[in-house]
Design a protein around this ligand. Sequence first.
Ligand SMILES: Cc1cc2nc3c(=O)[nH]c(=O)nc-3n(C[C@H](O)[C@H](O)[C@H](O)COP(=O)(O)O)c2cc1C
Length: 150
Amino acid sequence: MKTLVVYYSRKGYTESIALEKAKNDNADFLCLETIENTAGWYGFFNCVKFASSKKRMTLFPYETNVGEYDKAVICTPVWCGGISSPMLEFLEREKHNIKSAEYILVHALPMNAETVADEIDKLLDIKRISFTDIQCVLGKTLKEEVKAND
Ligand SMILES: Cc1cc2nc3c(=O)[nH]c(=O)nc-3n(C[C@H](O)[C@H](O)[C@H](O)COP(=O)(O)O)c2cc1C
């Protein structure tokens, strides 16, 4: 089983979780980067502008052939209650290459990220294997729940 861990991370919290997962699962990983400004306060408000209108952010090119993998582990921070804008672009672009997936969803506020997992299912037109709901504040994990599919 060939697994790809793909992640976007603005501040590095999702990145450390994703890299740990890749290490544990002996998987390859792909870090998504966007050409849009996401740094500092201006960048934060730019991210809010994109996320609140469900607009996709342009990605820097990557060489990974996503269709080569049996399974994807999709790791994204929650932005404005939904998928982060760089990950949204990746999923729209690669939806035909992803056959099986689990999700790791990272957020700061106490919330149930199931609606975000459902949003990814719908976009990929698959039913996820499972998703991990992580509440993380300034790098400190306050909640981590794995929700397997019935
Ligand atoms: C534009 C933007 C919107 C966000 N919206 C939410 C939100 O709706 N709910 C929430 O719990 N956290 C929200 N957050 C916080 C991030 O999900 C959280 O800080 C996450 O750990 C960041 O991961 P990262 O370090 O990998 O970027 C938002 C952050 C940004 C930048």
